[in-house]
Design a protein around this ligand. Sequence first.
Ligand code: KE4
Length: 428
Amino acid sequence: MTKSEKLFQEAAELIPGGVNSPVRAFGSIGGTPRFIDHADGAYMTDVDGITYLDFIGSWGPMILGHNHPQIRKSVEEACQKGLSYGAATEKEVEMARLICEVVPSIEMVRMVNSGTEAVMSAVRAARGYTGRNKIVKFMGCYHGHSDAMLVKAGSGVMTSGIPDSAGVPSGCTQDTLSANYNDLESAETLFAQFGEEIAAVIVEPVGANMGVVPPEKGFLEGLRKLCTKYGAVLIFDEVITGFRLGIDGAQGYYGVQPDLTTFGKIIGAGMPVGAYGGKKEIMRCVSPVGNVYQAGTLSGNPVAMAAGITQLTILRDHPEIYKELNEKGDWFFKEMEKVARESKKQWQVNHVGSLGCIFFTDQPVTDYASAKTSDTARFAKYFHYMLDHGIHLGPSQFEAMFLSAAHTEEELQKTLDIIREYMETEER
Ligand code: KE4
């Protein structure tokens, strides 16, 4: 029995599913999750001493690679001064100034401790600001696990949200409306029916939780126009895309400005940090200035701020990092498409910059319904082949591959060679 197997067995007695976040349990692909001992650059090493080229990157934060020396140093230095005070600190001002400086749509920002908290708070701020209740989200987009966001996908347009989790009262989702991603008309239909009741539209500007689904031309622009027309707040959930596609995220990449933005992952550099921000007139509704209550014991934690400030500062001061990362991503995922074509097997590759994924389906993936045509059993076989060959992907067909500045071209070429090998041996 490997140490991971032993740990997983013990963990299952102590932690639901043996993990502190469901996707880590390998539930959709089977097998034993590798318990990681340490990580460095583009690599993770498990408790059995096996090292993997890592494409999880902690689900996004590790854009500069694991254990970055400057980030580690700033955390060590911050720790010398104590871990948390429950009082205001200069680091929080520095982080707020940095985010407002590099993301033009952000005039004011509040730090929280996770993407879920950022979304929950942004939605509450939008409701408080507009005095309206309804929220439009898109099937296949994930915005964390706050009640109003756990809506049964595929519940169809025009119907009020049905809870997608036990423990969520229907009252919490009845004001959450679901539209189809990349289907502007489905959003227009909801606005035609509920226009003046809609507080906000929340969208992942690049879908990255149904696998990677880029926005089609005009989709984001259309949502912007709709929200402006009806006085609804446009919320870009940039927990994944924020500081990944560029220093000003997907909103900069696509040139569409939301009213509020949620952040996570990269802004904490691996420490638990989320944030939401945007127009001053909306953010001024948030307590203690306004009457939208929101709080957090460890929000703006000085050690987490030190990590996030260092990572964002490196990214701001070295735009070449994004150029190289996006070029590397374009090359890598386009090469992967070539492997797909040569293999004459049915699979699609979607990507935006350093974010991408393979779908095991014979049809283009442009929304939740097409993503769900993927053969998850084929993905599971592919995942384990890659893992056995030292490549650790995200353990789900509906998660992204995250490239980092630490992934070298030769490592990516080796990964492509192993994918090609797999595709040649994959029985259909
Ligand atoms: P957290 O609460 O997990 O920090 O963020 C929630 C969230 C919000 N918005 C978007 C667009 C997100 O992708 C996420 C979380 N992403 C998943 C990965 N797809 C986190 C991984 C996990 O749940 O363990």
